[in-house]
Design a protein around this ligand. Structure first.
Ligand code: COA
Length: 319
């Protein structure tokens, strides 16, 4: 058995931060941001937290799936910005939706988090321990973004996406890599809201990123891992209906399209509106695609994620 996405949901806060708004905060402009990243707007929390966004996206996904909350066996939330360390965000979600039979955990694999959670659920389903699972990516990145650092604050946004996954027949083949030796390329030391409030006092840092190294890493490793997973699945790249990529940066996505020589129409994007929402970006995109009626039976899909760790991976899906 493998896991099929049977319901999706997403949520972003109301508060939009445009490139124009950012140009009043730091020395930047719409043209520079658009050309280097493809981002026009991003959503920033005011009253929301990682948990509240996770819950709002989960409620929509549960509603879409028609799965009874009592039949959910597992909830995984991927996030690098949990509200508190204990209980995990997934426990808040469980309590809210009444999924009393679910085992719950959060995982942090930065922007690769949703894909890693998806792959974990696939393993549990394949070994028969889980039949229905809820996988969520939720991030409150604005809370750890330095809005005086123009090379960072233009990229990130907040939001959440959720998928209900149920056991069925099909093929899912996955690969995941991590390289801790390159971890310093993308770091964030502060973890909880309390830390965020006190970060000046404690000298905790915001997200720090060597943008050019991240760029080089992603444009090399993502095409490689997509080729690797397709080789393992024994499927030609031309057969793939959609490549669902982490929305880090439009320029990175364009490079990947070029390097793999694939049709750009098969690589949907929404980074223009949401920015880089880390673990939330893939489920946000999946929800949009689902609601636009893009998914049909017997399609061949690839999901690829990459980010801090460094970590990167891909799943081939044929259900
Ligand atoms: N507006 C205007 N100028 C800016 C700017 C901004 N927001 N940010 C940086 N600059 C300036 C720099 O100060 C530098 O000026 P200088 O030449 O006078 O020193 C110049 O633009 C080039 O800076 P650089 O850092 O080399 O830009 P870049 O082309 O590498 O673009 C990123 C920066 C961050 C957009 C790019 O490196 C990138 O997209 N990296 C990947 C980031 C990513 O996807 N992270 C998430 C991974 S999950």
């Amino acid at each position: 058995m493998v896991g099929k996405i049977v319901g999706t949901g997403s949520y972003v806060p109301d508060n939009v931060l445009t490139n124009e708004d950012l140009s009043k905060m730091v020395d930047t402009n719409d043209e520079w941001i658009l050309e280097r990243t493809g981002i026009k707007t991003r959503y920033i929390t005011e009253d929301d937290t990682t948990s509240s966004m996770a819950i709002k996206s989960a409620v929509k996904a549960m509603d879409d799936s028609k799965v009874d909350p009592m039949d959910i066996d597992m909830i995984i939330v991927a996030t690098l910005t949990p509200d508190v360390l204990v209980p995990s965000v997934s426990c808040y979600v469980q309590a809210h939706i009444g999924a009393r039979n679910a085992q719950c955990m959060d995982i942090n694999s930065a922007c690769t988090g949703f894909l890693m959670a998806y792959q974990i659920v696939q393993s549990y389903i394949q070994c028969g321990t889980v039949r229905n699972a809820l996988v969520i990516g939720s991030e409150n990145l604005s809370a750890i973004t330095d809005f005086t650092d123009r090379s960072n604050c233009i990229i990130f946004g907040d939001g959440a996406g959720a998928c209900v996954i149920s056991a069925t027949e099909g093929r899912v083949i996955s690969i995941m890599h991590t390289d801790g030796e390159r971890g310093k390329v993308l770091e964030a030391e502060s973890r909880t809201p309390k830390d965020w409030m006190e970060r000046e006092k404690k000298k905790l840092t915001y997200i720090r990123m060597d943008g050019q190294e991240v760029f080089k890493f992603a444009t090399k490793e993502v095409p490689n891992v997509i080729n690797e997973v397709l080789e393992k699945a024994k499927v030609n790249i031309e057969e793939i209906d959609y490549f669902i990529l982490h929305q880090a940066n439009k320029r990175i996505i364009d490079f990947i399209v070029k390097r793999l020589k694939i049709d750009a129409d098969k690589v949907p994007t929404n980074i223009e509106r949401f920015g880089n929402t880390s673990a939330a970006s893939i489920p946000l995109l999946i929800d949009e695609m689902n609601r636009a009626g893009k998914f049909k039976d017997a399609q061949k899909l690839v999901i690829a994620g990459f980010g801090g760790g460094l970590s990167w991976g891909a799943s081939y899906i044929e259900i």
